[in-house]
Design a protein around this ligand. Structure first.
Ligand code: NDP
Length: 614
């Protein structure tokens, strides 16, 4: 079995080789990719999905919360309000406290901290970024993940440990949804209103909502007619399936159930194999196959763990980030599917500094074809039924969708109780009260599970279910109605003392999100501390500085647009319409994390030019 070793020729000599020498025909592959892409383009693009409001609002309800804890409304004042208690919010709080800013409050709608890892407890959930770099502050907490790729429950527990270690629970309002924040220019303060009747004031506001926080449903006709049970993966219903998220997910109540799962992205491929172990029958409804490489999870080696010296996590994280950017390193400390994927980037550097954009593009495509061929070969190696194997092959470039890794997804299709329903790019045709219909064939189901992802590219207010009113009452969603506008992805003109956190907000793309969150938290803490030390009351970017940064971002990701236009639809490219500006990649600073850090370090050291302070 090929184990995703990626040992094919990786150098500039590929350019100019014949199809015979290459072992594949680039023109034929390009045509196949185009054909598969065109099948999937829908005129509705991002409008094809259903928002989880009104009759669908129960899909967003919290199944984990238990009884609501009552409390009196808060009308007091704190120095900093942080909206969101996921990794962003927790890291911001920790860095602020380390900077001496302790008068802070975190607010989150969930019943605990953890964000993504609070909500997503589906069976099989893991982070496919290795735990030693992904799980924040493990050295500070004095803990070591048990496995290279940690289970969701372990990551959730790590977030709880952070909150305990830094005494953040006392500073956190849980089960509290922020409805609006409003800047008071005379007072130079924010008022934060919540669904608990709170109207608290804060000098600084940190928006740490996360990029993938609002579940969405597929726009399949008749979806509301289905009379069986249905839920979204980010709100797993263990009451219905049996089992629980902390153990082995023993979903014993499914033994007599016909289960349908819709969606075969990173989430679908993680939870379907666990469903297959318990369901009477599992139907996997696939619109586009994922490119799934091996994960090779393993327990943490205790000898390796005890050999680590202080500062190891940051060094490892820096090493990982450098490799993913194609930067030279002495050693690949993480050595996994991600760092091997980064060989594509490294190969491009083998062309040398004088390479033309044309040469770089040609070689990039050739190496990509090689990678994808290996991933497609892996399907044949594992999946026994030829037709099923053919249906599971991904025909697009590796980074058109988020690469995924699994050791049990493909093997699952060899089970007699699993059926791949390959909709060949068209999706499920319709639902009726009994189940799903694809091309006239009806699949009777007891339960449908939507692994259909999250809202991306919709209005900030819609995704966050809140509104930010800046100076003169201007709404952030209006300020951003055409496109995002920020300085360094951190602040926006007209929204003083308000900081954004997260990914895909005019900052660099980075494989390990928590490394970016750590750097953002550090920067925000530096700025807040500096403002306080200078006895100032507010800071915001000038309109000119904001415009300059948007232009810098656009200039830096010009090539991305060309790449994503050719990609199969998905949330990366605004469902096939990257020019719309709604795709995530439109808002990426393409210069990489190292350059971004250099730019923003210099900016801070020079006294934050392009900002207005009072
Ligand atoms: P995605 O948006 O990536 O996938 C949604 C899936 O639903 C796709 O397979 C999509 O098909 C399918 N779908 C949508 N509409 C229909 C329809 N009408 N009929 C049939 N299928 C449909 O969501 P995920 O939750 O899988 O992943 C979201 C993100 O979460 C990831 O990209 C990643 O950033 C993060 N994640 C990270 C993990 C980790 O280990 N670090 C694990 C899991 C998620 P199509 O492709 O055709 O659009």
């Amino acid at each position: 079995m090929s184990e995703n070793t990626f040992d094919a020729t990786l150098d500039a000599s590929l350019i100019g080789q014949s199809p015979e020498e290459l072992g594949f025909d680039p023109d034929a592959l390009r045509a196949k990719y185009r054909q598969e892409r065109d099948k999937r383009i829908r005129p509705e693009s991002t409008g094809q999905f259903i928002e989880v409001t009104g009759e669908f609002s129960h899909f967003a309800a919290d199944p984990f919360a238990g009884a609501r804890v009552e409390r009196a409304p808060l009308e007091d004042e704190v120095e900093v309000v942080i909206v969101g208690a996921g990794h962003c919010g927790l890291l911001a709080a920790v860095r602020l406290m380390e900077a001496g800013v302790t008068d802070l409050r975190i607010i989150d709608g969930a019943a605990d901290v953890g964000g993504t890892w609070y909500w997503n407890r589906y069976p099989g959930i893991r982070c496919d970024i290795e735990s030693y770099t992904y799980m924040p502050l493990i050295e500070e907490i004095g803990t070591m993940p048990e496995e290279k790729y940690a289970a969701g429950a372990a990551i959730f527990e790590n977030a709880r440990k952070i909150a305990k270690k830094y005494d953040l629970y006392d500073k956190t309002c849980l089960q509290t949804h922020v409805e609006e924040t409003r800047w008071d220019e005379a007072e130079k303060k924010w008022t934060v209103k919540t669904d608990r009747g709170d109207a608290m004031k804060a000098r600084f506001l940190i928006m740490a909502l996360g990029p993938l926080n609002r579940p969405k449903l597929p726009g399949i006709p008749g979806i509301q007619d289905f009379k069986g049970h249905a839920f979204h993966t980010s709100r797993w219903d263990y009451e219905y399936t049996g089992g629980d998220p902390s153990g082995d997910f023993n979903m014993h109540k499914l033994h007599d159930k016909r289960v349908g799962i819709i969606g075969t992205g990173c989430t679908g491929i993680q939870c379907a194999p666990r469903l297959a172990e318990h369901a009477q029958h599992l139907y996997v409804f696939q619109r586009t196959p994922s490119a799934v490489a091996a994960r090779n999870n393993r327990p943490t080696d205790p000898d390796w763990a005890s050999s680590l010296t202080p500062g190891w996590q940051e060094r490892r994280s820096d090493n990982f980030n450098a490799i993913l950017q194609g930067l030279p390193v002495d050693e690949d400390l993480v050595a996994d599917g991600w760092t091997r994927n980064a060989d594509i980037q490294k190969t491009l550097f083998s062309l040398g500094a004088d390479a033309s954009p044309q040469e770089t593009a040609v070689l990039g495509e050739l190496v990509d074809f090689q990678r994808m061929n290996e991933i497609r070969d892996r399907v044949d190696d594992i999946v026994e039924d030829e037709k099923t194997a053919a249906g599971l092959k991904a025909w697009y470039r590796l980074f058109c969708k988020r690469p995924s890794f699994s050791d049990n997804w493909l093997a699952m299709f060899n089970r007699p109780n699993v059926t791949l329903v390959d909709t060949k790019g068209r999706g499920v045709t319709s639902f009726n009260e009994r189940g799903a219909v694809v091309d006239g064939a009806e699949y009777e189901l007891d339960c449908v599970i939507f692994a259909t992802g999250y809202e991306v590219g919709t209005d900030y207010s819609r995704r966050g279910q809140l509104e930010i009113h800046g100076r003169d009452g201007v709404r952030l969603s209006d300020h951003w109605s055409e496109h995002m506008k920020t300085l360094h992805g951190l602040m926006s003109h007209g929204f003083p003392n308000c900081f954004h956190m997260g990914v895909f907000i005019q900052n660099p793309l980075i494989g390990n999100f928590t490394a970016l969150f750590t750097s953002q938290a550090q920067r925000i803490a530096q700025i807040v501390k500096a403002i306080k030390e200078r006895d100032l009351r507010s800071i915001e970017p000038t309109a000119a500085a904001e415009t300059d940064w948007v232009e810098t971002v656009r200039q830096s990701n010009g090539d991305n647009l060309e790449f994503f236009v050719e990609c199969t639809p998905g949330y990366y490219n605004a469902e096939g319409e990257p020019e719309s500006g709604d795709g995530l990649f439109y808002e990426i600073f393409g210069g990489g994390m190292k350059l971004f850090d250099e730019i923003t370090d210099k900016w801070f050291d020079e006294g934050m030019p392009g900002t207005h302070t009072e």
